[in-house]
Write a protein that binds this ligand. Structure first.
Ligand SMILES: Cc1cc2nc3c(=O)[nH]c(=O)nc-3n(C[C@H](O)[C@H](O)[C@H](O)COP(=O)(O)OP(=O)(O)OC[C@H]3O[C@@H](n4cnc5c(N)ncnc54)[C@H](O)[C@@H]3O)c2cc1C
Length: 390
C-alpha cells in the first residue's frame, strides 16, 4: 500500500512527509479543504519509509496501568489557562521547571495551527487550550528527536494519531519522552478555519489577530465560549461570545467539519497511545455533586509506568479523585462509533461549491440555536436544574 493510496483514511499527521529522505511527498488540499499526501513519482524510490511511520497502517498502543479519575489544577491560573482542568498545564509547567521542553499546538502570527516548542512559561501560553482543527506537525518530529538526543526531558501533548505518528517516526523508545494524548472528537481543516476568520473579519470590519476556543468567561455558562482579539482603528480589542457565533466553532460542535478519518477513528478507543490520556469531564456532577463542572474539570487515565511516575511527581499540584474505569469510558469518546450528521454531505458540498456566506446562511445561522442561547444565558442554578432533568 503506497502512502497516497490510504486515501481518506489518512489522519493528516505528516509523519510520512517528515520521514521521506527524497522530498517525494507533499500535502495537497482537496475540494473540501482537507489535506492529503501526494507522491511525486519522479522522486519516489519505493523505499517504503513512509508506510512504516503511518499510524493508520501501524499500531503503537501503550500498556495500561490502570489509575484513572478526575482532576484539576490547584493553581487557579493554570486551571484557567486550560480548556478543562488544566492538567496539560500542570505537566508542562513541571517539565519546564526541570529544564525540559514542551511541544504542543499553537497558532502562528497568521493563525495557522502548528506544532510548536516551548522552553519557558511565557512560550507555553500559546500552547494551552484546545484548537479544534488539524495541527500541522511539519518538521517538528525531527526537532523533538533532536531534543531527546540531547537528553532533555520532552513533553509532547497532541491527538492520539499524532502521538502514534511521532512514536513511529522515532522508531525507538526514549525514557525522557512523556506523551499526553487527549480524548478526541476529531479535527476540521485549516482551510475552513481560515474561511471562517475571513468571513468574520469582513462581516465585522476588523482584523483578527488571535483566537481562543474554549474561552473561560467569568462564571462561565458554557465550556464553549470563544474569544478573539482584533485590531480596529489602530487599537487592540477583545470580543467573546458563545460558540455558535463563530461559524467554524459552530460547525465543529455540530460535527460537520471533521476529516473522514475522524468519523471512523481507530484511536477513539480504550487502548491508548500516550503515557497519559486527558479529557473533559462534563458529567462530573453525576458522580461528585460537590464539584462544579463549569469551573473546569479533567478526566485522566494513566497508561504506562512512565505516566505513573510523572503523575506521582505532579499529584501534589492537583486535586484528584480515583474513579472507576467504566465510568470514565462511558462518559467520553472511547469508541469509534460516531453518528455522522445527516446534513454533513450537503455541508461539504456547500463548502466546495458555494461562497462561504451561503454555507453560513444554510447551515450555521446562530438563530437556529435559540434554545441553547436561552439555556446558556440562564442563571447557573437554573442550568443545573435543567441539566438534572435532561
Ligand atoms: C481537536 C480536539 C478534540 C477534542 N475532543 C475531546 C472530546 O471529544 N472529549 C474530551 O473529553 N476531550 C476532548 N478534547 C480534549 C479537551 O478539549 C482538553 O484539551 C483536555 O481536556 C485537556 O484539557 P487541559 O485543561 O488539561 O489542557 P489544555 O490546556 O486544554 O491542553 C490542550 C493540549 O492539547 C494541545 N492541542 C490543542 N489543540 C490541538 C490540536 N488541534 N492538535 C494537537 N494538539 C492540540 C495543546 O497544545 C495542549 O497541549 C479535545 C481536544 C482537541 C484539541
Amino acid at each position: 500500500m503506497a502512502i497516497d493510496r490510504i486515501g481518506n483514511k489518512c489522519c493528516g499527521c505528516r509523519a510520512c512527509l517528515q520521514k521521506c529522505k527524497f522530498d517525494a511527498i507533499s500535502f495537497v488540499t482537496d475540494t473540501y479543504g482537507f489535506e492529503y499526501p501526494e507522491i511525486d513519482s519522479t522522486r519516489c524510490v519505493n523505499c517504503g519509509a513512509c508506510e512504516k511511520v503511518c499510524p493508520i497502517i501501524n499500531d503503537t498502543y501503550s500498556s495500561d496501568t490502570g489509575l484513572c479519575g478526575m482532576a484539576y489544577a490547584l493553581d487557579a491560573k493554570t486551571k484557567y489557562n486550560g480548556s478543562s482542568g488544566g492538567l496539560f498545564g500542570v505537566f508542562a509547567e513541571s517539565i519546564i521547571a526541570q529544564g525540559g521542553v514542551v511541544f504542543g499546538a499553537a497558532f502562528d502570527e497568521n493563525l495557522k495551527l502548528k506544532t510548536t516548542k516551548a522552553e519557558t512559561l511565557e512560550e507555553l501560553i500559546p500552547l494551552y487550550k484546545s484548537k479544534y482543527l488539524l495541527c500541522d506537525t511539519s518538521y517538528q518530529f525531527s526537532a523533538i528527536e533532536t531534543e531527546l538526543k540531547k537528553n532533555r526531558i520532552v513533553l509532547y501533548c497532541s491527538s492520539p494519531c499524532q502521538i502514534s505518528a511521532l512514536k513511529l517516526y522515532l522508531q525507538k523508545e526514549y525514557d525522557n519522552l512523556l506523551t499526553l494524548d487527549f480524548v478526541c472528537h476529531g479535527v476540521g481543516s485549516q482551510s475552513l478555519f481560515d474561511k471562517s476568520i475571513a468571513y468574520t473579519e469582513e462581516k465585522e470590519g476588523l482584523e483578527i489577530k488571535a483566537v481562543t476556543l474554549r474561552y473561560k468567561k467569568a462564571n462561565a455558562s458554557s465550556h464553549y465560549y470563544y474569544a478573539y482579539s482584533y485590531l480596529k482603528d489602530g487599537k487592540f480589542h477583545e470580543r467573546s461570545d458563545l460558540y455558535f457565533s463563530f461559524p467554524y466553532y459552530n460547525a465543529y460542535c455540530k460535527q460537520l467539519v471533521c476529516r473522514d478519518s475522524c468519523y471512523d477513528c481507530k484511536f477513539a478507543a480504550r487502548e491508548r497511545v500516550g503515557d497519559i490520556t486527558i479529557g473533559d469531564f462534563h458529567s462530573i456532577e453525576k458522580y461528585h455533586p460537590d464539584i462544579d463542572r463549569f469551573a473546569g474539570v479533567s478526566m485522566f487515565l494513566v497508561n504506562t509506568p512512565k505516566g505513573q511516575k510523572w503523575f506521582d511527581l505532579i499529584k501534589e499540584k492537583i486535586h484528584w479523585r480515583k474513579m472507576d474505569k467504566e465510568t470514565i469510558y462511558k462518559n467520553n469518546r472511547f469508541s469509534d462509533e460516531v453518528v455522522i450528521p445527516s446534513e454533513q454531505p450537503a455541508f461539504r458540498e456547500s463548502i466546495a461549491n458555494e461562497p462561504f456566506e451561503t454555507t453560513v446562511k444554510r447551515f450555521l445561522k446562530p438563530s437556529r440555536d435559540w434554545k441553547k442561547l436561552i439555556y446558556y444565558k440562564a442563571p447557573k442554578f437554573l442550568r443545573k436544574i435543567i441539566m438534572k432533568l435532561r
